[in-house]
Design a protein around this ligand. Sequence first.
Ligand SMILES: Cc1ncc(C[n+]2csc(CCOP(=O)(O)OP(=O)(O)O)c2C)c(N)n1
Ligand code: SF4
Length: 299
Amino acid sequence: MPENLFKINAKEYILPGTRACQGCGLSLAYRYALKALRENTIVTLPASCLCVLHGIYPSTPVMIPCLNNSFASTAASASGLVAGLQAMNRSDITVMAIAGDGGTFDMGIQALSGAAERGTDFIYVCYDNEGYMNTGTQRSSATPLGALTTTTPIATKQQHKKDFIKIMEAHDIAYLATASPSYPIDLYDKFVKAKKIRGTRYIHLYIPCPPGWAYPPKDTVKMGRLAVETGIAPLFEIENGRFRFTGRSKSMAERGNRLPVINYLEKQGRFRRMNIEQLHQTQRWVDGKWQEYLRRAQE
Ligand SMILES: Cc1ncc(C[n+]2csc(CCOP(=O)(O)OP(=O)(O)O)c2C)c(N)n1
Ligand code: SF4
């Protein structure tokens, strides 16, 4: 298979002309995830922006077999695919279930928890754009404090986002990682690694979304970088309970050069009604999590 300087598979699994928005962070992340997983992969996904990107049957720009399922059943459908493949002795095929934060943090949590508790042999990916974006930016439990959405239109969201990574870690799964489309090599490497591991693997993608977050489409990569550089979306992996920072977050942890959260928040229209108390609360929340991660990285 052809590769480039960074040893990234040069083959494309998404053809030009998807229906995702201009500057969609999900398109970038998905492109690199599929390059890492390659041909012997089956994808299962619920209604979402990704479902729109996949298109309407029988036309699709995606070159990987895919199953569309209902919202609550993404991980359940993956469990069925895994059982079927095992019965056919096809351990060479990877099953990837992938859903948005609405389809994971809220609606898909029950089936995902069940599959993870059973140690189902699959990769589950949550792409977290912090809202129900496909239906016009409704609040989810992943939406951050102080964000405007169409269901929190005046007073902004009053709660911090749910720490879903902690919930997944409590399932004692084989592999857990976070990644960002703004750091494609780090993302690619994590999918390559996840493919080789057996059991339940969970990857959390932090996905900038121009219409949902209200910033210009050209700034998607910048927004993803700021999320990492402020410590809002740190890059790490957890294997056998061992926490390890990766990529940009690793060098930040070593040098102690984290940016204040305001650098990230002020660039997004969704935070235009955030008040000063929410800003301080957000900074304290991020500081607390970062300290916890630093302590774990030193264990
Ligand atoms: C049971 C059910 N409820 C609601 C919908 C309508 N719906 C389709 S996509 C969507 C938003 C999904 O949000 P998320 O999972 O975060 O993915 P994103 O749209 O952000 O990609 C909703 C509410 C549906 N298809 N099925
Ligand atoms: S709404 Fe956001 S996540 Fe959905 S396709 Fe558009 S840019 Fe991508």
